[in-house]
Design a protein around this ligand. Structure first.
Ligand code: ATM
Length: 263
């Protein structure tokens, strides 16, 4: 029995976490067993690496190659400890960021050699590849405005990535566009400036098409724009990575008929 790996990508404040959070109960209501994860992180080792990568002040000047290796150390752990066992149990694994983030941020954003990036990613993931990837796209000005509003309400400082300059995020965005254009069968590019509900409706449509194997949904659709604030409550219900892990592994449900093609 093989499950499905669905990943969510985009620059900062695109609303990925909020979309994953809305998708989980919807899938569960349909009898699917769902495992919701984030990168870097999702395991005890990964969450420690996340802290070093994002928040540890002493590590602010980390070399880009170190960053590449640490991101993929977290990923190697997540793939082996959580993603592969969950897929083997027939679960739907939702991952807020996966290896496309490394290509976009460390490859295009930091300017590391793309073949080096791919080699390191290959070592981390092997043949564990997403079945479907959503790229939530917002203009860099919208991302900045959402981050400004969000950070004004938070007690802590910007993390190491949020502190980067606009040019970095433009390179990341351009990288994502190239990656998505290179794999149109896997990517669905969605306008993240729409409301949370509009984005969620399109995500559900594509997920259903994947589950039911509907060929009409095989390619990207571009959709009209609207504004929506970031609602980053992804882990509010699962603040502890160990709890996340056990919830993920123990949360068994009944597979719906449409999933049988994956068993
Ligand atoms: P969020 O989970 O809040 O998106 O933060 C993770 C950060 O790590 C994100 N930063 N920004 N902006 C993107 C970055 N990142 C990488 O640079 N490479 C990776 O492979 C992954 C998974 C994340």
């Amino acid at each position: 029995m093989t499950g499905l790996l669905i990943t969510f990508e985009g620059t900062e404040a695109t609303g990925k976490g909020a979309q994953v959070q809305r998708l989980v109960p919807w899938l569960q209501e349909r009898g699917c067993t769902v495992c919701s994860l984030r990168e870097p992180g999702g395991t005890p080792t990964g969450e420690e690496l996340r802290r070093v990568l994002k928040h540890q002040p002493d590590c602010a000047g980390m070399d880009p190659v170190t960053e590449l290796l640490l991101m993929n150390a977290s990923r190697a752990e997540l793939v082996r400890k959580i993603i592969r066992p969950s897929l083997a149990h027939g679960e739907i694994v939702l991952c807020d960021r996966f290896y496309d983030s490394t290509c976009a941020y460390q490859g295009y954003g930091r300017g590391l050699d793309l073949s080096l990036v791919r080699q390191v990613v290959d070592a981390a993931v092997g043949d564990t590849k997403p079945d479907l990837t959503f790229l939530l796209r917002i203009p860099v000005e919208v991302s900045e405005e959402r981050r400004r509003r969000r950070n004004a309400a938070l007690p802590f400082k910007l993390d190491r990535f949020e502190a980067a300059e606009r040019e970095f995020f433009l390179r990341v965005q351009e990288g994502y566009d190239k990656i998505a254009a290179g794999e149109p069968e896997r990517f669905r590019v969605i306008d993240g400036t729409q409301t949370l509900e509009e984005v969620q409706a399109q995500i559900r449509q594509h997920v259903l098409a994947l589950i039911d194997g509907d060929p009409r949904q095989a390619f990207n659709e571009t959709v009209p724009a609207a504004n929506s604030p970031r609602d980053d409550v992804r882990f509010s219900a699962l603040p502890d990575p160990q709890k996340n892990l056990s919830t993920c592994l123990s949360n068994k449900g009944v597979m719906r008929a449409g999933l049988q093609r994956f068993t």
